[in-house]
Design a protein around this ligand. Structure first.
Ligand code: LLP
Length: 418
């Protein structure tokens, strides 16, 4: 388990060599911050666990799609897992290599498919027969060949939140093993399709190795059947999904994960692709937020902060837990607080029933928000999106400006009366 990026030195809190206070003086709150070192360490640790395996790590862009972060990962050798034309264009804008891109998602539009074929991506992860047919037609019209994997839904239970479980047969993702076999045979007859791989992604925030092993085993059984009909695959994409420790839960060690994959696939001669998002980014990020008001009622105590569900949806949407630290000195004793945002919804909470000492103007740090925070943010309640800051040793880089009011109303029009 990684240690926190928040370090206490002589009563002051730091991320890398930058004091939290100095960030706030310059940029105010709320603000997303990331530790560059942690991002690189996470990526390299996963790389090194797989060093004995021919592999490619395709970072799941949806976890955090900031250009500086994509560029940092690209420079360290990452490929990318994308799910839209927008993500494809982001990877290109960040100097990522399109030949290291896999394109997942159940609803790829014709424009997106065209853009991806024109950019010679590594593979489409195909999720339905209709999609396969559409890709064949578009590739043919462009006089090009499209490389594909079929995304198999292995029907394994990832034991995670139902909203982020994707590998059960009632989920909309991928196709069953039986349908996959039929689709591969069909793909083999298509003159603009190149069969490259096989793919699965069973869910997110998975803390148990077994569902991963079960799904790899099912893919291997399918690969054996494919070989019998003369279809040989070049890569096995095992998806993302490795969980992190939000609340001291036990997680999967990279070495155990790599060892399990190696044991199951050794000697097979194909490359392993991974699509991790959270495990690269989540613990590298935090949100700095200020307590605006403390509201104590007979039934509950509320700390009302300046960050809200539009900046971090995970608690509202999944009941997700994020650690929250108070970096300020307080004189009040600890009591039980709900830590809530200013948005006009009861679902706007960041932490519930936290035992903490809090006073107005205190600076809190919401931990593990490097993944699925900014990328899921919105302007709800006309709140501008926040600064994203990259901390690199003693330097602070603005990797996204805070939105202005003009940004908020961009493209809107007041109708003139006729
Ligand atoms: N590959 C595919 C096809 C995916 O759909 C996802 C995530 C990943 C890779 C990356 O999964 P990861 O390694 O990050 O677990 N918003 C939710 C997570 C949704 C994940 C969606 N798919 C959350 O905040 O928990």
């Amino acid at each position: 388990m990684n240690s926190s990026i928040l370090i206490k030195k002589k009563d002051k809190f730091f991320v890398e060599d930058v004091c939290i206070e100095s960030i706030i003086e310059k940029f105010g709150t709320p603000t997303y911050i990331y530790s560059k070192q942690r991002i690189v360490d996470n990526f390299k640790n996963l790389e090194s666990a797989f060093k004995n395996v021919d592999h490619l790590i395709c970072f799941a862009v949806k976890a955090n799609s900031n250009l500086a972060i994509l560029n940092l990962l690209a420079k360290n050798g990452a490929g990318f897992d994308i799910v839209s034309g927008g993500e494809l264009r982001r990877v290109i804008a960040a100097n990522g290599d399109p030949k290291k891109i896999v394109f997942s998602g159940v609803g790829k539009t014709s424009e997106e498919i065209k853009l991806a074929i024109e950019n010679n991506i590594l593979a489409f992860n195909i999720e339905s027969e209709d999609e396969l047919i559409r890709i064949q037609e578009i590739a043919k019209s462009l006089n090009k060949k499209a490389s594909i994997s079929i995304r198999v839904n292995p029907d394994v239970n990832a034991n995670t939140h139902p909203y982020i479980s994707t590998g059960l047969k009632e989920n909309k993702f991928g196709v069953s093993e039986e349908s996959a076999l039929i689709l591969y045979k069909k793909a083999k007859t298509m003159d603009s399709i190149l069969i490259k791989g096989i793919d699965c992604h069973i869910g997110s925030q998975i803390t148990d190795l077994k569902p991963f092993e079960d799904s790899v085993k099912k893919l291997i059984a399918l690969i054996d059947k494919l070989e019998l009909v003369g279809i040989k695959i070049k890569h096995m994409d095992i998806g993302g999904g490795i969980g992190i420790s939000y609340n001291n839960e036990k997680t999967i060690a990279f070495d155990d994960y790599a060892k399990a994959v190696f044991t199951l696939t050794k000697g097979r001669g194909f490359k392993i692709l991974l699509e991790p998002g959270r495990v690269i980014m989540a613990d590298a990020g935090a949100i700095l937020t200020k307590v605006e008001y403390v509201k104590k009622t007979q039934d509950k105590n509320f700390a009302i902060i300046d960050a809200a569900m539009n900046d971090l949806m995970r608690p509202s949407l999944y009941g997700a837990f994020h650690k929250i630290f108070n970096t300020s000195e307080t004189t009040d004793k600890e009591s039980v607080f709900d830590i809530v945002g200013p948005i006009c919804e009861t679902g706007d909470f960041i932490g519930k029933d936290r035992v903490i000492s809090i006073e107005p103007n205190n600076i809190l740090v919401i931990m593990d928000t490097g993944a699925y925070a900014m990328s899921m943010s919105s302007n709800y309640n006309s709140r501008p999106r926040l600064y994203e800051l990259m901390i690199d040793k003693h330097k602070i880089y603005t990797i996204r400006e805070k939105e202005t009011f003009d940004d908020l109303i961009k493209g809107e029009k007041v109708l003139s009366e006729s």
